[in-house]
Write a protein that binds this ligand. Structure first.
Ligand code: ADP
Ligand code: MG
Length: 295
């Protein structure tokens, strides 16, 4: 496309809440035949709410643990952590002091209090990996909650799970329609998520995606993009989080959510300001018009 056509295209994009950083993605968009969507914050609102919190039986110092949980999640940037913080603040829980804090990619977070006690918040994988024991009945409850498309996170010390929290994240109203539009145009749509397989399956079903994977590590998201590219696909990656940045960098066309993390927006060449997935088919269409010189 001519420089003028590109300028016009970028301008049209801006009018439609699509921020386009470079000419290349505008010229490549129309060739995209595979779109990979992240789940949390991309297909879903990314505004999760805690629906259930269940503590292990006969726990002493529950308040103290609540304060520690609040302190840990207050330091995390994960949307799930925000939900936990919101709930505990509503319950007027005060924040404990913590000494160190560390993110464990794709699994959760780890923190240490002043007295050297270690705590973990994250998915079941993290509990297994750290050999943190979980009460049988609590685990049964967790599985039941996951069947309801809720994400369950676990809070434990080094020895045992102290509590489980179920978190629900609403699917954006327009996600299903946007996905159907892409599929009607012959574009393959995939969903990748770090969330557990049960929740992944429940969400994928609700939005009409049959190609999905749960429990995907951030590095695996990038590898997945590469695999599709090796199969000759022109891949658009759509994500909102730090955990999507490698995959965004690897994709032919990279699209971030305007309501997502700054890192995702920095890496991606396009940003959907309103975070509405219907802007994806619009952006691809805009590319086609730009390249073909249609105003
Ligand atoms: P996604 O955003 O696709 O769910 P992530 O890699 O960011 O993928 O996270 C994977 C999983 O790790 C989450 O679904 C959650 O179970 C767990 N996790 C990550 N960070 C936190 C946190 N701060 N608090 C609780 N759980 C977390
Ligand atoms: Mg996400």
């Amino acid at each position: 496309a001519t420089p003028t056509a590109i300028m016009v295209g970028i301008g049209k994009g801006a009018e439609n809440n699509i921020l386009i950083k470079d000419a290349e993605s505008l010229e490549l968009g129309y060739k995209v035949n595979a779109v990979i969507l992240d789940k949390t914050g991309t297909i879903t609102e990314g505004k999760p709410l805690v629906t259930d919190i269940l503590w292990k039986d006969k726990i002493e110092n529950q308040i103290e643990y609540q304060q520690i949980l609040l302190a840990i999640e207050a330091q995390s940037e994960h949307p799930l952590a925000d939900a936990v913080v919101k709930l505990l603040k509503e319950e007027n829980i005060e924040q404990a002091e913590i000494d160190s804090f560390e993110s464990i990619i794709g699994k959760g977070v780890k923190a240490q209090t002043e007295n050297g006690a270690k705590y973990f918040v994250g998915n079941h994988k993290l509990m297994l990996e750290k050999n943190i024991q979980i009460d049988g009945s609590l685990m049964k409850t967790a599985e039941g909650l996951e069947d309801q498309a809720k994400t369950v996170i676990f809070f434990g010390d080094e020895k045992q799970v102290l509590a489980i929290l179920a978190i629900a994240d609403k699917i954006k109203e327009t996600s299903k329609m946007a996905i159907a539009t892409l599929q009607e145009r012959g574009i393959e749509v995939y969903m990748l998520t770090g969330d557990n397989n049960k929740t992944a399956s429940a969400v994928a079903k609700q939005v009409g995606i049959t190609n999905y994977q749960g429990e995907v590590m951030p590095s695996d998201k990038a590898a997945f993009v590469e695999k599709l590219q090796a199969d000759g696909k022109i891949v658009a990656m759509v994500g909102d989080g730090i955990n999507d940045s490698h995959a965004l960098a690897q994709a032919n066309v990279s699209i971030a959510m305007g309501r997502g993390s700054d890192i995702a927006m920095d890496v991606a060449k396009m940003t959907l300001i309103t975070s509405d997935l219907q802007s994806i088919p619009k952006a691809l269409e805009l590319s086609k018009r730009t390249v073909l010189g249609i105003r």
